[in-house]
Ligand binder design. Sequence first.
Ligand code: CMC
Length: 392
Amino acid sequence: TGKVTLDPGFMNTASCESKITYIDGDAGILRYRGYPIEQLAAGSSFLEVAYLLLKGELPSAAEFEAFESRVNRHTFVHEDFRTFMGTFPRNGHPMAVLASAINALATFYPESLDPHDDDTVELATVLLLAKTRTITSYLHRRAAGEPLLYPDYSRGYVDDFLRMTFAVPYMAYESDPVVVKALDTLLILHADHEQNCSTSTVRMVGSSNANLYASVAAGVNALSGPSHGGANEAVLAMLTEIQAGGGDATEFMRRVKDKEDGVRLMGFGHRVYKNYDPRAAIVKDSAHEVLEALGVEDEMLDIAMKLEEIALNDDYFIERKLYPNVDFYTGLIYKAMGFSPQMFTPLFALGRMPGWIAQWREMMKDPAMKIGRPRQIYTGYTERDYVPVAQR
Ligand code: CMC
């Protein structure tokens, strides 16, 4: 196999060149198109960041208005699509429904499938940004047996998402500005993260010239795993378990360090960040702000802070350079906002959507694009003769 190098988990293999997101894992730096994440989180909006990731530049006021209005005009879903979503078991995991729903968009919009026609790709992009918001709000409502609420064009992307998710039908709904800002910020923080597992999956699927929906649906599935986006739900399950057991953070940490039953401190550690995850710092501040503004007192926040404090002062975590990642505190914010734990990872997917699409589009325009096809190092039998069943 001469030139083939073994690199499990692609620890040291760059799969592409990209101009979208810059991470310096040692310095704890994250930038989208050169703009520091802290500045975008403070000053921008999710839809503006989506535009930035997709097009490479911040929009002028007129460009943003045109983009927002185009996305808004596509937020309704076809009645047959609503029926289709209604056929999944109500207690089925929403990530499975989300991946299926995104895949199914290809059947509802066959005119938007050509991966190499600019107008078609732009249409598919807008459809995905618009429909995923509606689908995500419906995922929440379906679980409670509530009807889908229709979009309201006059409201902003996040504001109307909250209304569609939480409003009582036919009743006025006023979203809390603190909650709107916090969710906008969380979506911005999740919007892209270069060649992570789900984004690499989106690129891999797209590299066969599969359409955008097929590629992104695969990304949703990759995100669902607890080592990736599923960690935000797993953090809450972990905190719930610790709380139910009497809140003993020290005992839980002993189990983690002894690697008892493979238990890990969920929401900790990162392949690239070996100093701190700059997103986690913003999320932690936001958790305190949101819980305070909503008047929520959650013992789980105290447990989480205790776990973090123990970890940051413990040799096991120090030696391995394990710090809180973006998923550590997000669940507590989503919970305070009224989302169930199963909705946490779909919210991550809603945030990551512009990044997946931007990376897919960049790849499709890359003259160096090739079908993704890693090699292997074969370690099986060399050659042996077939033995008929009677002689085995
Ligand atoms: N708790 C306890 N030990 C850990 C943890 C953790 N969360 N993460 C890594 N380690 C240990 C691991 O056991 C190994 O120790 P040793 O050298 O003794 O075998 C060492 O640290 C290196 O771990 P690794 O699994 O080889 O590192 P990786 O870069 O392959 O994995 C990771 C990165 C994020 C999958 C991992 O840190 C992890 O499983 N974290 C928990 C899940 C999580 O929070 N995922 C979210 C990631 S961030 C955003 C996202 O994608 O959602």
